[in-house]
Design a binder for this molecule. Sequence first.
Ligand code: KG4
Ligand code: ZN
Length: 362
Amino acid sequence: MIRVLGIETSCDETAASVVALDGVAAPEILSNIVLSQIEEHAAFGGVVPEIAARAHVEALDGIVEAALADSAVSLDEVDAVAATAGPGLVGGLIVGLMTAKAIAAAANKPLIAVNHLEGHALTARLTDGLDFPYLLLLVSGGHTQIVAVRGVGDYQRWATTIDDALGEAFDKTAKMLGLPYPGGPNVEKAAVSGDAGRFVFPRPMKGSAQPDFSFSGLKTAVRQAATAIAPLSDQDVADICASFQAAVADALGDRVARALARFRQEFPDTARPALVVAGGVAANRTIKGTLEALCSEAGFAFVAPPQKLCTDNAAMIAWAGIERLRAGMAGENAADFVPRSRWPLDSVSAPLVGSGRRGAKA
Ligand code: KG4
Ligand code: ZN
């Protein structure tokens, strides 16, 4: 039996969780506490790093206590403490990692420094028991990536954004249209009563031989359309949202279709190839529908873990800790580990100019 306490503080969620694996049965999430700071940041239309760091300091001890209490596992009984060490907002990372180091030292347990993106990448093995290799589409407020997940610690980034992250594009679009933060769910809600054919927005990178994403041109097109017809009625807003979402789904679908084809070529022996989605944007039904259709056409399983485990949480960090322990890759000197605001999953692929600009959310 392996039990790991996980801690996540890389952006605007303060989270702690205990996950257990007994080697025979499926892994079990014994507790999963997430405190969102959305209300603290809403007035600013985005995450404010100083506010986030302070909120983590205030909340983390209580959240860890609650996670242990909920799991009915004592600190003595955990095998290791895993904490997000990057990428993300450095203030929050320091709070989480230092707290984890202190707990690990006091309880005489090993500390595992986890890459937040690895947490997202391995979640589908916690929830769906997926075998390697599989393809991951990570679409959140800070990252838009397609990653080939080949094994624990073995990731290859096949595509990333050259400018805005997709969640960021949703949030900025919402802001332009006067919709509240966070923008994604509000754009989706407004789009329901909109005409997706009223505006023809660009599909950035569609058909391009370069596999990456781009969303800033789309954002500019939305701004121009909105300015041209201002003041906007509710119907105008709905139509812009629906047209924006259609453009996003189309552009995303094009990029993902390419990656599915590449996966087939590179991993021809995978019996049941799968596409896993993670990140807040994965909640969007139009996007989900597009991806589902693509997967069924290409013979891929479409795996969308429960939303609570798609967005930032500590169960995925605890699980990544278990995976690393099992693989003998827990890292030896994690007590000396320094938080990294930038920490690509794939150390081979060169960073793209402008990608993960905000570097905050994954
Ligand atoms: O994964 P997440 O909760 O946090 C990180 O970025 O790490 O993702 C948040 C992002 C925000 O940009 C939010 O606007 C977007 O996900 N989002 C959505 C939807 N729900 C959340 N975007 C589109 N449609 C949604 N339903
Ligand atoms: Zn994330």
